[in-house]
Design a protein around this ligand. Structure first.
Ligand code: NAD
Length: 354
């Protein structure tokens, strides 16, 4: 039996704490160290969860040769510098979404990952729900045929997280709902579509609630001395090199009815379609001009976050490439950048791939 993987947690906030709880339940993992720029929080988590080492900062944790892998769960602005330093220090990395605040810095993470030979996995738990796994099986079996159009989104009505904190500051977050929850839907949809190459993007963003301190939700801690300079709604059309199209709609705050609040994904294939809305899933096809609809039965299994974190550990142990690759994180960042650019310029943005 191999020795346990020694894991360090960078960022002891809401999501860092969630990772910590999940990893503690996984065999073969020793959550050995933690750090946070607000040290008392790291100390508190260490006390609560019996973590032996509290590092004063990420640099000393990354220099600690006894640590094999790290989780990076800090504000988006710090993702790139910490992920790059972690990879250069020989650590495997589980990186919270989005990969980075822009695609230029995300590209640098990809380069560091390639040079390091270490694992870099993006944390997109939505790929791991029983429903998403069941749908992926249907797609892989050919049931949908060629997927030529998709519609996805997540329209929160009153969900601005941490008004005035890093969440709502462009320089720290890279954007609003688009980069926060839109990136999850984008990631899930591209995965289901078989990762076609995006070639052009057209989009608009709006900030109608946040600047007026309206539409505030429960996630994060507001900082009323802070500011709000990100969007609170975004809409976009993305075209792919195989001719497929994807429309994406996300908001933190909007005047929409309660029934529209669940995250959704509709896939239109040549043989059948599929819809995921919240926790329900339907397959739809036409037979002799009659619409046939059936429910998608979620695959049995553990919680999506547990499966995600187990996958990270399994990839390290077996030397496998994770399903949420560094390239997928970079591609998401390219699309997000292009939506912001299109909104600024009012024009379609063509994506050129190196
Ligand atoms: N996968 C998901 O469903 C999901 C959900 C929410 C947030 N997230 C992502 O997780 C990350 C953290 O979000 P959160 O909600 O936990 O935020 P948070 O504000 O609750 O926690 C962030 C923590 O990082 C610490 N920190 C800030 N800068 C640091 C630095 N340079 N070094 C070390 N620690 C630092 C802060 O003190 C804070 O404790 C973000 O990237 C966010 O997008 C993912």
């Amino acid at each position: 039996m191999s020795s346990p993987i020694r894991l360090g947690i960078i960022g002891a906030g809401a999501i860092g704490n969630l990772h910590l709880e999940v990893f503690k339940a996984i065999e073969g993992v020793n959550v050995a160290a933690i750090t946070d720029s607000f040290l008392p929080l790291a100390e508190q988590r260490a006390g609560e969860h019996g973590i032996a080492l509290v590092h004063p900062n990420p640099e000393t944790l990354l220099a600690d040769e006894s640590i094999d892998a790290v989780v990076i769960a800090v504000p988006n602005k710090f993702h790139a510098s910490l992920a790059i330093e972690a990879l250069r220090s020989g650590k495997h990395v589980l990186l919270e979404k989005p990969m980075s605040i822009d695609s230029a810095s995300a590209r640098e993470i990809v380069a560091a990952k390639e040079q390091s030979g270490k694992i870099l996995m993006m944390a997109h738990q939505m790929r791991w729900t029983g429903l998403a796994r069941a749908l992926k099986q249907e797609i892989d079996s050919g049931k949908l045929g060629r997927i030529y159009n998709a519609k996805t989104g997540w329209m929160r009505r009153k969900g601005i997280p941490g008004w005035g904190s890093w969440f709502t500051r462009m320089d720290e977050s890279g954007g609003g709902p688009l980069i926060d929850i839109g990136v999850h839907m984008l990631d899930l949809t591209l995965y289901m579509m078989g990762n076609p190459k995006p070639i052009s993007v057209y989009g608009s963003t709006y900030a109608e609630f946040g600047p007026n301190r309206q539409g505030i939700g429960d996630w994060g801690t507001p900082n009323w001395d802070g500011y709000y300079d990100v969007e609170d709604l975004a809409t976009a059309l993305i075209k792919f090199d195989n001719g497929a199209t994807l429309s994406l709609d996300v908001s933190w705050a909007a005047h929409t009815a309660a029934i529209s609040e669940e995250p959704f994904l509709h896939l239109m294939g040549t043989e059948a379609g599929a819809s995921l809305i919240g926790s329900s899933g339907r397959m739809v096809s036409h037979a002799n001009n009659i619409i046939v609809e059936s429910s998608i039965t979620p695959l049995d299994g553990e919680d999506s976050r547990l499966l995600l974190n187990k996958h990270f550990i399994n990839c390290i142990q077996e030397g496998l490439e994770p399903i949420t690759t560094a390239m997928s994180g970079y591609t998401n960042n390219r699309i997000l950048d292009a939506i912001y650019e299109s909104s600024r310029t009012g024009s379609e943005v063509k994506l050129v791939w190196e």
